[in-house]
Design a protein around this ligand. Structure first.
Ligand code: ADP
Ligand code: ZN
Length: 523
C-alpha cells in the first residue's frame, strides 16, 4: 500500500499521527521544490515544516538559525529520533567542525544547522557547493527585518543563497510578523514569488491580562500564590538589576525562582536554563535575553513587570506560555513610569532618527494594547492583520472597563490622514496630522498649504496628548498603520467602515478628554 512519503516520515521519525494546521500543505509545497514564507505563532510547529522535507528530498536540509545556544539541544533531540543532524557555529572546536564537514561531504547528514555568519565565509559556501542540498530553511526570518527587534546584518546576505543555488527551495519561517514585516522579509529574501503561508496567530488557551502597576512585587506574589502555586513560569523584567532583585524577592518568599540575563556568566545561564527546562515548578526571572527557541510545553504563566517595547515582543514572550494547549496566563503590569522610562530610552538611544521613530511607534502600539477597551486578543490579532471575535478569555472581555465613544475623534483623525495621503503623494506622520487638527500654523503647515484643508482646526476639542492617545488607540485597533522609513500614517481597509459611519470606536476611559474643557463645545 502506498503511503505519502511526508506522512511516512512524520509517523516513523517523529512519532506523530498527522500534520497540524497548514503543515502538510507547506511540507508538500517545499518537497515539490517551491519557495515558502511561513508565518506561524510560537509553538505552532514550524520545525517540522523544514525537517520533514529535508528528510524526504535527497540531500541535506541546511537550516540557518541565529539560536546558536540551542543548536546542540536541537541536534541532540534530532539524533535521539534517529535523524542524522549536525551543526556548524563559532562555539565549536576545529576538530568538531571538521567532523561535521566530513559527514556533510560524505552524504551522511539529513540536517545541517548553520549560524548565519557562517555563510559569510567563502569556505563555508564552497563546502556547501561540494555537497547536495535538499533545501535552505531560514529560521527566525524576522531577523532580516529592520522592524523586528533583533535585526541581524548577517541575515541580509541570505538573499544571495538563491543566486548561488537557484534550484534549491527556500523556506523562511518566523513567529513575528505583522504585514509590514512579512512584506519586508519577502523583499529582502527575494521571496515575493514564493508561497506565503499565514497561520492563525490566536492562542486561545492563553488568558491575557494587563493591570495598572501599584505595588508590582506584591501584585506578582499575589498572582503566583493565588493562581499559580507551584507552576512553572517566566517573569520578564526590563533591566538586569530588577531581574536580580525580583528573583531574590521571590526566593525570600518561598518561590523557586532563578535569574537569567546577559550579565550572568555563560555557565550560570546554561545551568539556570536547564534547571528551568528539567525541573517542575521553576520560575525564571529574566530579561528578554531568555526564551527564544525555548520549547517547554508546560509554562503556565508569563508575567511582565515592565512594559514590553513592542507588540511583537509581547506576543512572542507571552507565546511561551501554554504550548501544551492547557489554560495559561499572560499577565502584564504597567504604569506611567514605564512609559516615561521607555520614551527616554528611545530618545537617548544611539539609533538614527528613523530608528527612534520606529521604536516610538512600536511603543505606541504596545500602549494602545494596554489601553484598549476591546478584547485584548482581538487587538493583538488585529495588529497581526487577523480578525477575531471577542474571546471571553481576557480581562477586558471578563470585566469590561469604562469607555467613551471616540468615533467622532477617530473620524476626524482618519479623514485628516486620508487627505494627507492624497496630497501630492507627500508623506506625513502623526505630528503633522495632529497639528492640522489643532489648527496650528507651523512652518510645515504653511509650506504644504495644510491650513487650507477642510479638516484644519476641527480637532480643537482635544489637546495634543489626547490626540496622541487617539492615534495610539487607532493603531492598536488596526484602523491606522505605519509605513516606511518616515513612519507615514496610512489608513487600513478597516478604516473605511469608521469613515463610512458603519462602526463606532470605543476608547478606554483614561484617555477621555477632561470634562471641564469639553463643556459647551461638544454635545
Ligand atoms: P515553533 O517552532 O513553531 O515554535 P515547534 O516546531 O517547536 O514550534 O513545535 C512546537 C511543539 O509542537 C513541539 O513540541 C512539536 O513537537 C509539537 N508538534 C509540532 N507539529 C506537531 C504535529 N503535527 N503533531 C503533534 N505535535 C506536533
Ligand atoms: Zn477578549
Amino acid at each position: 500500500m502506498d503511503i505519502d512519503p511526508a506522512l511516512e516520515v512524520l509517523r516513523r521519525v517523529f512519532g506523530y499521527d498527522s500534520f497540524r494546521g497548514e503543515q502538510q500543505e507547506i511540507v508538500e509545497h517545499v518537497i515539490a521544490g517551491g519557495d515558502a514564507l511561513v508565518l506561524m505563532p510560537t509553538g505552532g510547529g514550524k520545525s517540522l515544516c523544514y525537517q520533514v522535507p529535508s528528510l524526504v528530498r535527497s540531500g541535506v536540509g541546511v537550516v540557518i538559525s541565529p539560536l546558536i545556544a540551542l543548536m546542540q539541544d536541537q541536534v541532540d533531540a534530532l539524533r535521539d529520533a534517529g535523524v542524522r543532524a549536525g551543526f556548524l557555529n563559532s562555539t565549536q572546536y576545529p576538530d568538531e567542525r571538521a567532523m561535521v564537514e566530513a559527514e556533510f561531504l560524505a552524504g551522511e547528514l539529513d540536517l545541517l544547522y548553520l549560524a548565519p555568519e557562517r555563510l559569510r565565509s567563502e569556505a563555508t559556501l564552497r563546502l556547501l557547493d561540494r555537497g547536495e542540498i535538499a533545501l535552505f530553511a531560514i529560521d527566525e526570518a524576522h531577523c532580516v527585518s529592520q522592524w523586528g527587534h533583533d535585526f541581524r546584518p548577517d541575515y541580509l546576505a541570505l538573499a544571495e543563497l538563491h543566486e548561488r543555488w537557484p534550484k534549491v527551495p527556500r523556506i523562511a519561517l518566523t513567529a513575528t510578523a505583522t504585514d509590514a514585516t512579512r512584506k519586508e522579509i519577502a523583499t529582502r529574501l527575494n521571496l515575493e514569488e514564493g508561497r506565503h503561508f499565514v497561520a492563525s496567530f490566536d492562542r486561545p488557551n492563553i488568558q491575557y491580562r494587563i493591570v495598572p502597576k501599584n505595588e508590582p512585587k506584591k501584585q506578582l506574589l499575589g498572582l503566583l500564590r493565588t493562581e499559580h502555586d507551584g507552576d512553572s513560569g517566566i517573569v520578564y523584567c526590563l533591566s538586569r538589576a530588577s531581574v536580580e532583585k525580583i528573583a531574590e524577592f521571590l526566593v525570600q518568599n518561598g518561590i523557586r525562582a532563578l535569574p537569567y540575563h546577559a550579565g550572568l556568566d555563560a555557565r550560570t545561564r546554561q545551568e539556570n536554563q536547564s534547571r528551568f527546562l528539567r525541573e517542575d515548578g521553576m520560575v525564571m526571572v529574566a530579561t528578554i535575553a531568555f526564551g527564544m527557541g525555548i520549547d517547554k510545553p508546560d509554562v503556565r504563566f508569563v508575567a511582565h513587570l515592565d512594559l514590553p517595547k513592542s507588540v511583537e515582543g509581547y506576543y512572542q514572550e507571552t507565546g511561551r506560555a501554554g504550548r501544551d494547549g492547557l489554560p495559561s496566563t499572560a499577565w502584564l503590569t504597567y504604569g506611567l513610569q514605564d512609559v516615561v522610562q521607555q520614551r527616554k530610552m528611545i530618545e537617548s538611544s544611539e539609533g538614527d532618527l528613523a530608528f527612534r521613530r520606529r521604536s516610538s511607534l512600536h511603543l505606541d502600539a504596545m500602549l494602545a494594547l494596554c489601553e484598549t477597551v476591546e478584547c485584548r486578543r482581538a487587538g493583538l490579532l488585529a495588529y497581526f492583520g487577523q480578525e477575531a471575535v471577542p474571546c471571553e478569555n481576557c480581562d477586558t472581555c471578563l470585566t469590561p472597563p469604562e469607555s467613551w465613544d471616540g468615533t467622532v475623534a477617530a473620524q476626524k483623525l482618519l479623514s485628516t490622514v486620508w487627505r494627507l495621503k492624497n496630497e501630492r503623494n507627500q508623506k506625513f506622520g502623526a505630528g503633522q496630522a495632529i497639528d492640522i487638527l489643532l489648527g496650528r500654523k507651523t512652518a510645515k503647515i504653511i509650506q504644504y498649504d495644510h491650513d487650507a484643508l477642510s479638516v484644519f482646526g476641527i480637532g480643537e476639542d482635544l489637546n495634543e496628548s489626547e490626540w496622541r492617545g487617539v492615534v495610539r488607540q487607532l493603531l492598536a485597533q488596526g484602523l491606522l498603520a505605519v509605513e516606511g522609513e518616515y513612519s507615514t500614517l496610512v489608513l487600513t481597509p478597516a478604516a473605511s467602515d469608521v469613515l463610512g459611519r458603519k462602526r463606532s470606536v470605543m476608547m478606554r476611559r483614561d484617555t477621555r478628554p477632561a470634562p471641564a474643557k469639553k463643556s459647551g463645545k461638544t454635545s
